[in-house]
Design a protein around this ligand. Sequence first.
Ligand SMILES: Nc1ncnc2c1ncn2[C@@H]1O[C@H](COP(=O)(O)OP(=O)(O)O)[C@@H](O)[C@H]1O
Ligand SMILES: [Mg+2]
Length: 568
Amino acid sequence: MKQNYKGIKFLTPYFKAHKKSILLTLFSMVGVALSSAFTAYFMKPLLNNLFIQKSETMLYMMPLIIVAIFLSRGVFRFLSAYLSERIAIEITQDIRAKLYKKVLNSRIDAIEHKTLGDINTRIIETVLNLHQIIAKTIPNYLISLFTIFALVGTIIYLNWRLSLFAIIFAAIVIFPVKILGKRVKRHVHKAEEHVRELNERINETFNHIDIVKVYNQTKKEEKRFLGYLEDYKRALLKLVKYQELTSPLMEFFVSLSVASVIFFGGYEVIHNEMSVGDFFAFLTALMMLYAPIKITTRNALMLNMLDSYIDRVENILHLRQEDSSKADITEPIREIAFRDVDLTIGTKPILRQLNFTIEQGKRVAIVGKTGAGKSSLLSLLFGFRSPTNGVIEINSKPLESYTISSIREQFSYVNQASGIFNLSIKENILYGLEYDEERYKKAVATAHCEFIETLPGRDDFIVGENGKRLSGGQRQRIALARALYKDAPIFVLDEATSALDNNTEALIQESIASIMKNKTVLIIAHRLQSIKQADSVIVLEDGAIVAMGSYDEVAKTEAFRKNFALGE
Ligand SMILES: Nc1ncnc2c1ncn2[C@@H]1O[C@H](COP(=O)(O)OP(=O)(O)O)[C@@H](O)[C@H]1O
Ligand SMILES: [Mg+2]
């Protein structure tokens, strides 16, 4: 088990937390092992005293003893199985909770290259495998190991010369089992990869089920899924093959061992060097050794996987986390300044040399074509990413000098995708905040969410995954109402009204304008309509600022005309 050093090391603190249960489990396991040894040893008095000496007391004693042995064995077995499961459940739930927390708090740039399917597989499937190892593999391994010790002790006690032959034959089996173990490990890995693929396919097809259907790809997607299933099946079958090959192999070596004992032991019995009872007790113990040897080797094979499961778990546990060790910002944000900010993702420059400031109470609009880098700029402001060069300063101090959560506290945000949860309308608007009727009504009215009245159940209407039971414009208005309800000092609206018709947009602009009079507002838009009231306008092109100033100043520039060529 040397190669599992890492896995065991990882689990040690968890085991330590369950020290008492583990001690009790180990105690029960020893009980199970001893009961096996007793059962074998029982043959000796059974034959010698009951059958050969024909002792009548034994006739009454023996049946009672055997029932007592099996009864206590049952109690020990139950205890060790129940406790092992309980320990496993507690440890793995704990690990799952930790993994989820890590994913939630990790930096966006640390997880964006992972698929949802991959993260899902690690938190659910890998931890389930881990559960299996803690609840079944390790306990079975230990019980069998203890049983082997007890039975080997018994045969040595009964006849040490004879036990030498038996043990030598049985020990040879270790070598082929080791080789098979490597194969098993490889195929367990493959099988897990395939589960991840399956997960990803399911997520992707159901996330875009309408596209799949309209492009008539259901058959193709089905075929693709079947292909993945086929790969998974092949990996599983190979795995089973190598796992199951160990048994017949071992049976062969055990038969050699038993044969040698029958020959040499039989010789000793014929020549009166060994009693019949000793011989049968010996043979019984030897035969009983087969099962625990089989179980230990099989479980040793499975234990080989522990390290790789832990690797997969640790991969998530080591995700770079958002830093929470700084000081909270205690004052209102008076100024946000981008100074020579560059952002490169991979090798692609996304933002270049950004220099601008946003002052408290001002409205700043950022405009530019799709892909100009508008949303990326926000990802820097919210600390999802860090600038490749330059700094973002909040009240003249680097953004990084504050806890990012305290900065975010000061923002009301509507993202481009509306970010709607599969909850009720009301829960979406409150999103984690306490309900306040007046504030709620005001937010709903300002965002022109009159449509709520027409929904079945009104505020309690459950909007479906990604808000799919609402229209795009309705989703945007809910998202806006959420931002208004939070009523933070700074509003950031990323194309927050893009899905609305001109009339509704104008209505909302108007009602928002009055609400946001003394707020700082950063509005991202591609429509002129939404930026006319801005104090300053920044035009982005290919990640660089190409014009900046008041609306009237910027409107005269070539860059502005270029970006609003359609004369919206
Ligand atoms: N996570 C990412 N990895 C690589 N490139 C990205 C990533 N996010 C955005 N981009 C690229 O950055 C550019 C700007 O994107 P974005 O900021 O979303 O533009 P906008 O919001 O102005 O439409 C695009 O070319 C886009 O492909
Ligand atoms: Mg965008």
